[in-house]
Design a protein around this ligand. Structure first.
Ligand code: AMP
Length: 125
């Protein structure tokens, strides 16, 4: 079944400037901003600017330029917020949710970058 994209989701509104966010990083195809409800000392969301619902949609439909920009941007964000080892940090965790079983709340592809303190077990029941 083809992916659909609801352009009324919160991150689409942030990209259009209808809801405020304080970017910590921006590139041609990617935007990063703090999660409004941080689960760790560092909790940043990294999103593509294009209309993709989830990771699998992004990988299927985004251009090579968008994908390269996105994944490089995640690493740049980890450096900028100081959690990457290359920036003197103690590491980080990336999480992305896709679809109902994952409890994805916002239907615009995003990666959670978490760090600044130990992240605990990989999953909770
Ligand atoms: P997910 O469950 O993976 O879809 O995560 C969605 C995330 O978006 C949650 O961690 C929310 O706290 C976060 N969130 C929702 N609204 C906003 C907003 N306006 N600005 C920043 N983060 C948000």
């Amino acid at each position: 079944m083809p992916y659909t994209y609801d352009d009324q989701n919160i991150f689409a509104k942030i990209l259009r400037g209808e809801i405020p966010a304080k970017p910590v990083f921006e590139s041609e195809h990617t935007l990063a901003f703090p999660d409004i409800s941080p689960k760790k000392k560092a909790h940043v969301l990294v999103i593509p600017k294009g209309p993709y619902r989830c990771y699998d949609h992004f990988v299927q439909a985004a251009s090579d330029a968008e994908q390269l920009d996105f994944f490089r941007s995640v690493a740049k964000v980890a450096e900028r917020v100081g959690v990457a080892e290359s920036a003197g940090g103690d590491g980080f965790r990336l999480i992305t949710n896709s679809g109902a079983n994952s409890h994805q709340e916002v239907p615009h592809f995003h990666v959670h970058l978490l760090g600044g303190e130990p992240c605990g077990p990989l999953v909770c029941d």
